[in-house]
Design a protein around this ligand. Structure first.
Ligand code: GDP
Length: 295
């Protein structure tokens, strides 16, 4: 998918090669190709159209230096515009709480438990924090084990209560435990479902209301394309989350998800997951992502 987009853009730019300035005529065909390529990369139609209209407006009438081809100029404009659409700059986590509470939300298999571990590791090793992980996925006993294994691996304590099936109580107990032990950040992993359902939304909203998180991070699998956008929208309507985490960007990447999600929910993407290991986490850089989408 990633290569397809690149191939198409390369082909699109060939149209412009050898022409000295960008005019309505020589840009129209290219813009059409770019829009098609973005749609193929799972960027939704509204976003793709808004983006290409903006690029076109910026490109038209630009004088092309003799050393810069129209294709290069258009690439630069697209890169800047894409980065801007995805937030422009890095958005840091809000870590001023005492303790800071971070709630992790998303569907099953999105990568919540893995990300919870990665985030704890990141905050410990790069931000000098003392995190506590809370195992709030009461429906999947394997998720509790998984979090405990990860916690051990990265040297971060995990609060779990195997006797309880009440995610609200567990989250509250986790925050209380953090206060007792002087943990500066509490990361609450929550249960997901295979698809969005009312019970999941009601439950996670109740966990939010009980713990008043400083950050609510919505975790979504970047490989799921348009579904990722729909899920992001529904979770945002119910939870009003503070940031998005795109996982599995090491796979057959669809950069389209980053662009569409940002433009549909208008919440910053804060991290990207790039593998299964605890170190495979990057802070989201809009400019780097733009380059990646464009190849
Ligand atoms: P959860 O159900 O949302 O808690 O999802 P998990 O954290 O259990 O992740 C589901 C699967 O995706 C696991 O096999 C993880 O190892 C894998 N996974 C999570 N994040 C990434 C990532 O960034 N890249 C890759 N390749 N795999 C990931």
């Amino acid at each position: 998918m990633f290569e397809n987009l690149q191939d198409k853009l390369d082909r699109a730019f060939k149209v412009l090669k050898g022409q000295g300035s960008i005019s309505e005529i020589n840009v129209a065909e290219t813009i059409k190709e770019i829009r098609k390529a973005l749609l193929d990369a799972d960027v939704n139609y509204k976003t793709a159209k808004a983006f290409t209209d903006e690029v076109k407006e910026k490109a038209l009438g630009q004088n092309v230096l003799t050393s810069v081809s129209p294709g290069q100029l258009l690439t630069k404009i697209m890169n800047d515009e894409l980065a801007l659409l995805m937030g422009g700059t890095v958005t840091e986590l809000e870590l001023t709480g005492n303790p800071t509470v971070i709630l992790i939300a998303g569907l099953n298999g999105a990568g919540k438990t893995t990300f919870s571990g990665k985030l704890a590791n990141f905050l410990k090793t790069q931000k000098g924090k003392k995190p506590l992980l809370v195992a709030g996925d009461v429906y999947r006993p394997a998720a509790i084990d998984q979090l405990q294994v990860l916690g051990e691996q990265i040297g971060v304590p995990v609060y779990a209560n195997l006797e309880s099936k009440d995610p609200i109580a567990i989250a509250e107990e986790g925050v209380a435990e953090a206060k007792r032990n002087g943990n500066s950040v509490v990361i609450i992993d929550t249960a997901g479902r295979l698809a969005i359902d009312e019970a999941l939304m009601t439950e996670i909203s109740a966990v939010r209301d009980a713990t008043k998180p400083h950050e609510i991070l919505f975790v979504v699998d970047a490989m799921t394309g348009q579904d990722a956008v729909n899920t992001a929208k529904i979770f945002n309507e119910r939870l009003d989350y503070t940031g998005v985490v795109l996982t599995k960007l090491d796979g057959d990447t669809r950069g389209g998800a980053a662009l569409s999600i940002k433009s549909v929910v208008n919440k910053p993407i804060k991290f990207i997951g790039t593998g299964e290991k605890m170190e495979a986490l990057d802070v989201f850089h809009p400019d780097r992502m733009a380059s990646r989408i464009l190849g």
